[in-house]
Design a protein around this ligand. Structure first.
Ligand SMILES: [Zn+2]
Ligand SMILES: [Zn+2]
Length: 188
Protein backbone atom coordinates (compact mmCIF):
# COMPACT_ATOMS: atom_id res chain seq x y z
CA UNK A 1 0.00 0.00 0.00
CA UNK A 2 1.62 3.26 -1.13
CA UNK A 3 1.53 6.72 0.49
CA UNK A 4 -0.07 8.23 -2.64
CA UNK A 5 -3.05 5.98 -2.24
CA UNK A 6 -3.63 6.79 1.45
CA UNK A 7 -3.23 10.55 1.06
CA UNK A 8 -4.71 11.48 -2.34
CA UNK A 9 -4.11 15.23 -2.17
CA UNK A 10 -0.36 14.64 -2.03
CA UNK A 11 -0.67 13.10 -5.49
CA UNK A 12 -2.78 16.03 -6.79
CA UNK A 13 -0.41 18.77 -5.79
CA UNK A 14 2.50 16.77 -7.13
CA UNK A 15 3.63 18.62 -10.23
CA UNK A 16 1.89 22.03 -9.88
CA UNK A 17 3.95 25.00 -8.78
CA UNK A 18 1.53 27.14 -6.76
CA UNK A 19 3.78 30.21 -6.61
CA UNK A 20 4.27 30.37 -10.38
CA UNK A 21 0.79 31.65 -11.24
CA UNK A 22 0.69 34.32 -8.49
CA UNK A 23 3.99 35.86 -9.63
CA UNK A 24 2.48 37.13 -12.87
CA UNK A 25 -1.02 38.45 -12.17
CA UNK A 26 -0.80 39.59 -8.55
CA UNK A 27 -1.17 43.45 -8.51
CA UNK A 28 0.52 43.59 -5.09
CA UNK A 29 3.60 41.81 -6.32
CA UNK A 30 5.84 44.96 -6.23
CA UNK A 31 4.83 45.49 -2.60
CA UNK A 32 5.45 41.85 -1.78
CA UNK A 33 8.80 42.14 -3.52
CA UNK A 34 9.62 45.15 -1.39
CA UNK A 35 8.76 43.26 1.81
CA UNK A 36 10.99 40.47 0.55
CA UNK A 37 13.87 42.84 -0.30
CA UNK A 38 17.04 43.32 1.70
CA UNK A 39 16.24 46.99 2.33
CA UNK A 40 13.02 46.09 4.13
CA UNK A 41 14.72 43.42 6.20
CA UNK A 42 17.44 45.91 7.15
CA UNK A 43 14.78 48.47 8.13
CA UNK A 44 13.00 45.90 10.29
CA UNK A 45 16.28 44.93 11.90
CA UNK A 46 17.11 48.60 12.59
CA UNK A 47 13.62 49.17 14.05
CA UNK A 48 13.96 46.13 16.32
CA UNK A 49 17.40 47.31 17.38
CA UNK A 50 16.09 50.79 18.26
CA UNK A 51 13.18 49.21 20.12
CA UNK A 52 15.57 47.04 22.14
CA UNK A 53 17.80 50.06 22.83
CA UNK A 54 14.78 52.08 23.97
CA UNK A 55 13.67 49.19 26.19
CA UNK A 56 17.10 48.92 27.84
CA UNK A 57 17.33 52.72 28.23
CA UNK A 58 13.90 52.80 29.93
CA UNK A 59 14.93 50.02 32.33
CA UNK A 60 18.11 51.93 33.16
CA UNK A 61 16.17 55.18 33.56
CA UNK A 62 13.72 53.44 35.91
CA UNK A 63 16.64 52.22 38.01
CA UNK A 64 18.21 55.69 38.18
CA UNK A 65 14.93 57.49 38.90
CA UNK A 66 13.81 54.94 41.51
CA UNK A 67 17.15 55.24 43.31
CA UNK A 68 16.66 59.01 43.59
CA UNK A 69 13.10 58.71 44.88
CA UNK A 70 12.94 55.48 46.93
CA UNK A 71 15.13 54.78 49.96
CA UNK A 72 14.25 51.07 50.30
CA UNK A 73 16.52 49.02 47.95
CA UNK A 74 13.90 46.24 47.78
CA UNK A 75 11.29 48.66 46.38
CA UNK A 76 13.88 49.95 43.88
CA UNK A 77 14.45 46.35 42.77
CA UNK A 78 10.67 45.83 42.43
CA UNK A 79 10.41 48.96 40.24
CA UNK A 80 13.26 47.80 37.99
CA UNK A 81 11.83 44.26 37.82
CA UNK A 82 8.46 45.71 36.74
CA UNK A 83 10.21 47.66 33.96
CA UNK A 84 12.05 44.50 32.83
CA UNK A 85 9.13 42.05 32.98
CA UNK A 86 6.58 44.37 31.32
CA UNK A 87 8.44 46.18 28.52
CA UNK A 88 7.36 49.84 28.19
CA UNK A 89 4.11 49.26 30.15
CA UNK A 90 6.11 48.60 33.33
CA UNK A 91 7.79 51.99 33.06
CA UNK A 92 4.41 53.71 32.69
CA UNK A 93 3.12 51.86 35.78
CA UNK A 94 6.23 52.93 37.66
CA UNK A 95 5.75 56.57 36.60
CA UNK A 96 2.18 56.50 37.94
CA UNK A 97 3.08 54.90 41.27
CA UNK A 98 6.47 56.48 41.98
CA UNK A 99 6.92 58.90 44.92
CA UNK A 100 6.38 62.48 43.73
CA UNK A 101 9.55 63.88 45.33
CA UNK A 102 13.25 63.21 45.14
CA UNK A 103 14.84 61.99 48.38
CA UNK A 104 17.23 64.95 48.23
CA UNK A 105 14.29 67.38 48.20
CA UNK A 106 12.65 65.61 51.14
CA UNK A 107 15.92 65.72 53.10
CA UNK A 108 16.42 69.38 52.25
CA UNK A 109 12.92 70.25 53.40
CA UNK A 110 13.44 68.40 56.69
CA UNK A 111 16.64 70.36 57.25
CA UNK A 112 14.80 73.60 56.51
CA UNK A 113 12.04 72.72 58.98
CA UNK A 114 14.64 71.89 61.62
CA UNK A 115 16.43 75.20 60.99
CA UNK A 116 13.10 77.03 61.21
CA UNK A 117 12.30 75.30 64.50
CA UNK A 118 15.69 76.37 65.83
CA UNK A 119 14.99 79.95 64.78
CA UNK A 120 11.62 79.80 66.52
CA UNK A 121 13.26 78.69 69.75
CA UNK A 122 12.71 74.93 69.61
CA UNK A 123 15.71 72.69 69.85
CA UNK A 124 18.05 75.41 71.18
CA UNK A 125 21.65 74.54 71.89
CA UNK A 126 24.42 75.99 74.02
CA UNK A 127 26.68 78.11 71.74
CA UNK A 128 29.74 76.73 73.52
CA UNK A 129 29.22 72.97 74.11
CA UNK A 130 26.18 72.37 71.80
CA UNK A 131 24.19 70.58 74.51
CA UNK A 132 20.44 71.12 74.43
CA UNK A 133 19.11 74.01 76.48
CA UNK A 134 15.71 75.45 77.30
CA UNK A 135 14.80 79.08 76.48
CA UNK A 136 14.40 79.71 80.22
CA UNK A 137 17.97 78.64 81.17
CA UNK A 138 20.24 81.37 82.53
CA UNK A 139 23.37 79.18 82.34
CA UNK A 140 24.22 76.05 80.40
CA UNK A 141 23.82 73.15 82.86
CA UNK A 142 26.59 71.18 81.15
CA UNK A 143 29.42 73.68 80.68
CA UNK A 144 28.13 76.44 83.02
CA UNK A 145 28.43 79.08 80.26
CA UNK A 146 26.30 82.13 81.06
CA UNK A 147 23.52 82.18 78.47
CA UNK A 148 21.21 84.98 79.62
CA UNK A 149 20.99 87.59 82.32
CA UNK A 150 17.98 87.57 84.64
CA UNK A 151 15.71 90.57 84.84
CA UNK A 152 16.67 92.81 87.74
CA UNK A 153 13.17 92.83 89.07
CA UNK A 154 11.26 89.67 87.99
CA UNK A 155 14.32 87.43 87.38
CA UNK A 156 12.97 86.32 83.97
CA UNK A 157 15.70 85.24 81.51
CA UNK A 158 16.43 88.09 79.07
CA UNK A 159 17.83 87.80 75.56
CA UNK A 160 21.14 89.72 75.13
CA UNK A 161 19.60 92.09 72.56
CA UNK A 162 16.66 93.10 74.76
CA UNK A 163 16.68 96.65 76.16
CA UNK A 164 13.69 96.10 78.40
CA UNK A 165 12.19 93.12 80.20
CA UNK A 166 9.09 92.05 78.22
CA UNK A 167 7.58 90.45 81.33
CA UNK A 168 7.67 93.36 83.80
CA UNK A 169 8.76 96.34 81.59
CA UNK A 170 11.90 97.00 83.66
CA UNK A 171 14.73 98.52 81.56
CA UNK A 172 17.74 96.19 81.34
CA UNK A 173 20.21 99.02 82.09
CA UNK A 174 19.86 102.36 83.81
CA UNK A 175 18.02 103.34 86.96
CA UNK A 176 15.05 101.32 88.07
CA UNK A 177 11.76 103.17 87.45
CA UNK A 178 9.65 103.98 90.44
CA UNK A 179 7.50 101.02 91.34
CA UNK A 180 3.80 101.40 90.90
CA UNK A 181 1.70 101.26 94.03
CA UNK A 182 0.66 97.72 94.81
CA UNK A 183 3.42 96.20 92.64
CA UNK A 184 5.62 95.47 95.63
CA UNK A 185 3.09 93.00 96.97
CA UNK A 186 3.32 90.77 93.88
CA UNK A 187 7.06 91.07 93.32
CA UNK A 188 9.52 90.53 96.12
ZN1 LIG B 1 27.16 74.55 77.34
ZN1 LIG C 1 11.34 91.58 84.39
Amino acid sequence: MSLRFIVPFLADSGGVDTTAETDDDNPFQPILDFFDSGAFKATVRLFLFLLAALYLALVFWTFKDAKRRIADPILVAVAVATAIVFPFVGVIIYMILRPPEYLDDVRERELEIRAMERRLGHDQRCPYCRSEIEPSYLVCPVCTTRLKDPCRRCKSPLEPAWKICPYCTTPVRGPLPAELPGERSTIQ
